[in-house]
Design a protein. Structure first.
Lengths: 115, 900
């Protein structure tokens, strides 16, 4: 007897290692740290994943990542005093970034930012 | 059975009870049983009779052969013979210890006050020796001298104000660090104390064995408390005595000293080491370095453990609480006439993979919000898992029982819980919970007798009652318990639990031979109220019993283990924690952290007057991620969430205060209106203890489990993982209660492998920070604390730190030669190995870091017992450790220092 099923914390780590192997290898070096940070942030919602415990752990991880993005987005909106939802309804095109991508144009932080 | 008693005249006497005939049961085909019944009496003094006993799992009667040994020493050989007689035979009650069986049969327990009627014994006569010489058969008339005719217990193991036995204690130890195993090479002379008068027994005048023998003869102690007595001290003394032909009677009984070998074993993925043991007869030997009970709960705890579990003292202090709880369960089973299987025979039920995924989960842990939070309350479910077992009748034999197909279901899992029979484990834990609560009340009220009378519960073991039983949901025949399952949702009415008296089926007739304890025992003529410290030690040992009781339901070797019971308890605990979380959030509290059975909640500083907009600016400087913003109200009230029904009930509870509260308040003078109370809305509501207590009461009503406001903290600092600064970990925080008490989890000072010097610095720093009341004063105190830290760093650089303050203790996970890498533990272990010290996996070793970066591996660390002064210590390595230990205090002070 005892525990047969791995804990969700262990599953997050297993999935991270599995995704780092191939998916992570094909990422640029500056992007790789974000992959790990994204998986690490799932730990903030680990109790919900544990309680729901989907058969495929990635289902729970996907929802947790989406939820985390949603929460942080709302916080950014609140901090900036904007409502992106109204902007989506605007028929005018969004301004294009000046460079090849948002990552290239920014000064890279030393570590992924905390909210 | 040989008994040692202390008479009221303080005289020690050895008596013998020949009436004890331990028995076990054999199940099998009738023809085999008949053959066995013929074969056994031909070989030994034994009585065999066919009888009926209950099977634990289905409560059905089983026809078994009762084998009674006429002499206790025959018990184990007879059981071995039956086991070899035929493999089709199943044995019950066959591997129990004789001492607890004797206690069950005679209704006594170790260290109890008893009335004994015995035959006279001449001075110097030993009944045990006479019995050994004269064989098992007593003379027809009169009996042997010192033979017990009757024994009556004048004590009650469930009393809280019992008298401790008037034992004479002798202490023995070796000079030097008490925590360092003397077998590792460094120890001084032997020291012995009677009544704290220590004297050194070195071999200069006379051999230590001779001096020890003289002390034993003069003082004749009942209890020998030693440090490393099991593996080093007593074996060493015996060896010396043998070598020098000194007579050293460590025992009072005329038998040799008993000893067992050391061993390493795995438990929960860790390798542990159990040292050898040396136990005495007629005298108690307690080795504080090889004793769980005596080490953690001291002697008061040990006496309590022994009284409750009825295990022999020397065995109880060397075993885990799990054995104690097993024997408590077995006693209840034995009194019920239930057969006790020799080995666990209940495998896990087959499950589909998705069922296994659902079932095989532990308690819920909400990762904490990171940061510094003021005015936080900790709400704790009191003994949550045992309370669940007691309240919901969760016991291995009651989960998915065959007798109740329509029984209530456990949330999430759908397991059924028996309604006809009260579970064995449930009955055991309710007594322990009750006694623990009595000690808590005694601690709280100072030295005071709670004055609760005793009564017979009808199960042969007396229980006591308080008015709080109903509130706490503890089952009693008089009160029954309310089933809060319907209130909490998903757990239907359980008639057994709600009935005021057990149903006829539930009342299992006790076998005639198992006479219950007297209904109204003679009260203890000499009672003594325990001190608060003693109450705490006794509470601690009961806590360990309760913790193990839950763990043992899922333990593979537990006789009364069943993984489904373990899973059901976890499922109910998850449910209750979620109900508590939802209730707190609905009332405008923010759940900062939740850890299986406790919640850390913070009340919002300003409560909005607008309906539905609960929660606003909270008083905390958190770095927490993922908090719900006030712009996103929880969709609780739209009826889609199962919690909605709870919410409706809560509003009712919230509007009506408890009658008791109203009474108390009406008795108090009404306070004068303060300037704040006259101010226009929104009102700043200072979070106070009363709010939190009300919340605790409301959650208690909702969950049906006792919930206590453990403390209101001035502030709590939740720290991140050492690996990632933005990821919280459940057990790394410190907090200061409103009374100024510090609570620390997961920091260096709580770890066993931290050098005392580092621990001391951290404790001192946290002690200074404990004087802070809010974040501003915290930052001010942090400057003061930093000075302390700098002082320690300076001491380290000066080289003025005592070497024993820098000793690091680590557990070996493998044999010294099996280490592949040159970790500090491996290097130190190899050094000891080379020095001739035999090390086993699981043992602790001590070392000092001498030069962590040395290219010569052996110079990096030095085993403590091999360390010489010229080697010094590594200032940089210990300096880094000091910095790491200071970091938690400064973590948020640095981050938000700009707010000052």
């Amino acid at each position: 007897m005892g525990r047969t099923v791995a804990t969700f914390r262990d599953l997050i780590e297993q999935e991270l290692q599995s995704w780092k192997q191939r998916f992570g290898r094909a990422l640029r070096q500056e992007e790789q740290a974000y992959l790990e940070a994204m998986f690490n942030r799932v730990r903030l919602y680990v109790q919900a994943c544990t309680y729901h415990f989907p058969v495929d752990a990635m289902h729970g991880i996907h929802v947790a990542v989406g939820l985390d993005h949603e929460i942080r987005l709302r916080k950014i909106e609140a901090a900036l005093g904007i409502n992106l939802a109204t902007q989506w309804m605007d028929s005018r095109p969004l301004p294009l970034p000046a460079g090849d991508g948002p990552v290239d144009n920014r000064v890279e932080p030393e570590a992924p930012p905390a909210d | 059975m040989v008994l040692w008693i202390i008479e009221s005249s303080q005289k020690r006497r050895q008596l013998i009870d020949r009436s004890f005939r331990p028995c076990f049961y054999v199940q099998g085909p009738e023809r085999l049983l008949a053959r066995l019944a013929e074969a056994l009496p031909a070989r030994a003094a034994v009585s065999c009779v066919l009888t009926e006993r209950q099977n634990i799992w289905d409560r059905q009667p089983l026809r078994v052969l009762q084998v009674s040994a006429h002499h206790p020493t025959l018990f184990a050989p007879l059981a071995r013979f039956v086991r070899r007689f035929d493999s089709d035979l199943i044995l019950y009650d066959s591997d129990l210890m004789l001492a607890p069986m004797y206690c069950w049969e005679k209704n006594v327990f170790p260290l109890a006050r008893v009335d004994i009627e015995a035959t006279e014994v001449a001075p110097g006569f030993s009944p045990a020796r006479a019995a050994l010489k004269g064989g098992a058969t007593p003379p027809e008339t009169g009996g042997l001298p010192g033979e017990i005719r009757s024994i009556v217990c004048r004590d009650d193991e469930w009393l809280t104000d019992y008298e401790r036995p008037p034992v004479r204690t002798m202490r023995a130890r070796l000079e030097g660090l008490s925590d360092v195993n003397p077998r590792h090479g460094r120890h001084g002379a032997m020291e012995v104390a009677i009544e704290n008068d220590w004297q050194v027994l070195d071999d200069s005048d006379e051999p230590a064995a001779a001096a020890f023998e003289r002390l034993l003869r003069v003082h004749d102690p009942d209890v020998l408390v030693t440090e490393w007595g099991d593996s080093v001290l007593l074996p060493g003394l015996l060896r010396q005595a043998q070598r020098r032909h000194i007579r050293l009677p460590l025992n009072r009984d005329p038998v040799p000293v008993a000893s067992t070998r050391s061993r390493s074993y795995m438990s929960y993925g860790r390798i542990l080491f159990k040292d050898s043991t040396t136990t005495l007869f007629g005298r108690l030997h307690i080795d504080t370095q090889n004793s769980f009970g005596a080490d953690t709960c001291e002697q008061e705890g040990l006496w309590e453990l022994v009284r409750v579990t009825k295990l022999p003292v020397q065995y109880a202090c060397r075993t885990t609480p799990g054995t104690g709880i097993s024997y408590l369960q077995m006693e209840v089973a034995w009194r019920d006439g239930v057969l006790i299987p020799a080995q666990k025979a209940e495998p896990e039920s087959p499950k589909f993979p998705d069922e296994l995924l659902l079932a095989d989960r532990g308690g819920l842990v909400f990762p904490p919000r990171l940061g510094f939070f003021e005015n936080v309350a900790e709400l704790d479910f009191v003994s949550e898992f045992p309370s669940i077992m007691a309240r919901f009748n969760i016991s291995p034999e009651t989960v998915n029982c065959p007798c109740c197909p329509q029984a209530p279901r456990v949330p999430e899992l759908g397991y059924r819980v028996c309604q006809r029979y009260r579970g064995i484990t449930s009955r055991v834990v309710e007594r322990l919970i009750h006694k623990r609560r009595q000690y808590k009340e005694m601690m709280r009220d100072g030295i005071r007798d709670t004055g609760h009378g005793t009564r017979d519960t009808g199960h042969g073991i007396r229980d006591t009652g308080t008015a709080r039983e109903l509130e706490s949901g503890i089952w009693t025949p008089e009160s029954g318990i309310r089933n809060s399952g319907l209130e909490t949702g998903g757990f239907p009415e359980n008639p057994h639990l709600t009935s005021r008296a057990p149903s006829p089926e539930a009342q299992v007739p006790s076998p005639e031979s198992r006479v219950p304890c007297p209904a109204s025992p003679t009260p203890n003529p000499v009672s003594r109220n325990p001190s608060p410290a003693a109450c705490k030690q006794r509470r601690d040992v009961l806590k360990w019993l309760l913790v193990c009781c839950f763990g043992y339901t899922g333990y593979k070797n537990a006789r009364f283990g069943k993984i489904e019971a373990h899973e059901a308890i976890n499922a109910l605990a998850r449910e209750k924690l979620l109900v508590a979380k939802e209730a707190a959030e609905q009332r405008g509290y923010r759940v900062l952290h939740a850890l299986v059975d406790s919640l850390y909640v913070q009340k919002s500083e300003v409560r909005s007057q607008e309906p539905g907009a609960s929660g606003s600016a909270s008083r905390g400087w958190g770095l927490g991620a993922g908090g719900w913003g006030k712009t996103l109200p929880l969709p609780i009230d739209d009826g889609r969430w199962s919690i909605s029904s709870i919410g409706n009930r809560q509003s009712k509870i919230g509007n009506c205060e408890k009658a008791a509260d109203r009474e108390i308040r009406s008795a108090l003078p009404s306070p004068a209106p303060s300037p704040q109370s006259l101010a226009p809305t929104p009102q700043p509501l200072a979070p106070d203890r009363e709010d939190y207590e009300r919340l605790a009461q409301e959650i208690e009503q909702l969950t049906g489990l006792p919930l206590a406001l453990e403390a209101v903290y001035r502030y709590v600092v939740f720290l991140p993982s050492k690996q990632s600064a933005e990821i919280p970990v459940p057990n790394r925080f410190f907090c200061v209660s409103d009374a100024g008490e510090l609570k620390v989890r997961g920091l260096e000072c709580r770890r066993h492998d931290t050098p005392p010097f580092i621990s001391r610095m951290q404790c001192e720093v946290l002690g200074i920070l404990a004087e802070a009341r809010d974040f501003t004063t915290y930052c001010a105190k942090l400057r003061e604390a930093r000075e302390v830290y700098e002082r320690y760093q300076a001491q380290l650089r000066e080289g003025s730190v005592a070497p024993e303050e820098l000793v690091i203790r680590k557990r070996l996970t493998k044999a010294p030669s099996s280490y592949q890498k040159n970790s500090v533990t491996a290097i130190a272990a190899r050094q000891l190995d080379r020095a001739g010290v035999k090390l086993r996996p699981g043992e602790n070793i001590e070392f000092i870091i001498t030069d962590a970066d040395s290219t010569f591996i052996d110079d990096r660390v030095r085993a403590w017992t091999l360390w010489e002064g010229w080697r010094g210590y590594d200032v940089d390595a210990y300096g880094k450790a000091l910095a790491n230990a200071f970091e938690p205090a400064a973590h948020f002070g640095k981050t938000v220092g700009g707010r000052q």
